[in-house]
Design a protein around this ligand. Structure first.
Ligand code: UGA
Length: 460
């Protein structure tokens, strides 16, 4: 098979397909990326991926090229894994990379082939692309398109690809469905559900899933605002809600809200597509989800401003975290960097530290100052902001960092530090949606999972 586009999604998909036994050719227009992947190196941080790629480059099951004609010759199935970012100056998805890869490979498809769309697209795209493939490919209708959305999370990409919750495929024929079943046979044998739908449903499953997850996060952040107005504790509220299995604990962690290359842009693209389809009223609430998310970032800035006496002017502010989430070096639409930039633009002297994302952050935000480690970043700080919940930050001794700051004042934007130990070390501890007077742990009735999010105790 081939994998067209070798970003987060494509590189992971290519490596995992090799892992389950396929011969895989990864294709990318960027020569540097191809060279680096062919040498078994990954140009971004994703736990476990570099080792998997290196293993299968060495085993000969995985190789990379820039050539679409070579890919057409090689593959019985071609996976479309190119990005669909927002169009410049608009919320709509930009499908230019998808169109360009279809137009590039289709003229070389001369035998019956499966083309598998994995990119996140506005509903209606697959039907259009199928028509285009049939029109351009010499094999015409013998080239079958299926739509197979991807649900992997950055930071867990390998594990999510090898053990997905479900495999969804939008197909127009039983033969196409069976071809994809044979690709995923090793996963299906493990009992992973395989759901077959039409094109539109498959496309919608992806955007609806991301919209639902965003809604859950914004819901709890809206509750954080209510908690602040009433003196209630949003962490206790979230933990208590999570015992209701209909609600569940995941994606109910309050704080700085969602960022990254997927949830924010997919949410906006969905609203924009809804408008085109005449269902804007039905998706109107997603605008509020987006607004609450932006407000969560702004509330963190105001909380910090308040702790700086009403102005950041001349104040040193430490921001722990730059990646949009832990275990990733991805800084796209990062809440941490939004906060850092806002404070700097108001005259604060911001120093950022992230265990993996300093370099990417520096490229995008060269005006911010970066430190080599978490302690150095805190030197002479007036306030310390915890903005990305890396395990490293949870494990830091507040007594040690307390010795280097000017004022022992921390704002926990992710709610995963332990307020008791910070307070015991003489820190003033603040967190959005949490009363300042209590010393109660964020997950008083739950447990903190690997990502630092609250989960009910086992058996709930
Ligand atoms: C998201 C989806 O979770 C994946 O299922 C999907 O495949 C992917 O987008 C995609 O469309 O490609 P990802 O962007 O890797 O995955 O990140 P998430 O784990 O969803 O986190 C998104 C943001 O929400 C992060 O900034 C995180 O800090 C924030 N978040 C998450 C919260 O603020 N609270 C929570 O309770 C959970």
């Amino acid at each position: 098979m081939t994998v067209l586009g070798t970003g987060y999604l494509g590189a992971t998909h290519a490596a995992c397909m090799a892992e389950i036994g396929h011969e895989v050719l990864g294709v990318d227009g960027n020569p540097e990326k191809v060279l680096s992947l062919a040498a078994g190196k990954v140009p971004f941080y994703e736990p476990g991926l570099a080792a998997l790629i290196a293993r299968h480059v060495a085993s000969g099951r995985l190789s990379f090229t820039q050539s679409l004609p070579e890919a057409a010759e090689f593959g019985d199935a071609h996976f479309l894994c190119v990005g669909t970012p927002s169009r410049e100056g608009s919320d709509e998805a930009d499908l230019r990379y998808l169109h360009s890869v279809i137009d590039g490979i289709a003229p070389h498809l001369r035998r019956p082939t499966l083309v598998v769309g994995k990119s996140t697209v506005p509903v209606g795209t697959a039907a259009q692309l199928a028509g285009r493939l049939h029109e351009i490919a010499p094999a015409s209708v013998e080239v079958e398109l299926v739509w197979n959305p991807e649900f992997l999370r950055e930071g867990h990409a390998v594990e999510d690809t090898l053990n997905p919750d479900r495999i969804v495929v939008g197909a127009q024929s039983e033969a196409a469905e069976l071809s994809l079943r044979s690709v995923y046979a090793p996963l299906i044998e493990k009992g992973i559900p395989f759901l077959t739908t039409d094109f539109s449903t498959a496309e919608l499953v992806k955007v609806a899933a991301n919209a639902f997850l965003s809604t859950k996060i914004s819901f709890i952040n809206a509750m954080a605002e209510v908690c602040e107005a009433t003196g209630a504790d949003v962490w206790q509220l979230a933990a208590a809600l999570s015992y209701d299995s209909r609600i569940g604990a995941r994606f109910l962690s309050p704080g700085l809200g969602f960022g990254g290359g997927c949830l924010p842009k997919d949410l906006r693209a969905f609203v924009s597509r809804g408008k085109e389809l005449g269902v804007d009223r039905a998706l109107e609430f997603l605008r509020s989800v987006d607004e609450i998310n932006t407000r969560s970032r702004l509330r963190m800035v105001s909380l910090a401003r308040q702790q700086c006496g009403g102005s950041f002017s001349g104040k040193r502010v430490t921001v722990w975290g730059a990646a949009f989430k832990p275990d990733s070096d991805d800084v796209r639409d990062s809440p941490a960097l939004f906060v850092a930039e806002s404070i700097q633009s108001e005259g604060g002297k911001v120093v950022v530290y992230d265990p993996k994302a300093n370099d990417n952050a520096r490229k995008e935000h060269p005006n911010l100052q970066y430190a080599q480690d978490a302690i150095e970043a805190a030197e002479n700080a007036h306030v310390l902001l915890h903005a990305t919940e890396w395990k490293e930050f949870r494990e830091i001794d507040p007594n040690v960092v307390g010795e280097i700051v000017d004022v022992r004042r921390v704002i926990d934007g992710r709610g995963t530090l332990d307020p008791e130990s910070w307070r015991a070390a003489g820190w003033e501890y603040f967190a959005p949606g949490k009363p300042t007077s209590t010393g109660i742990r964020p997950c008083a009735v739950g447990v903190t999972n690997q990502e630092g999010h609250t989960e009910p105790p086992k058996g709930m």
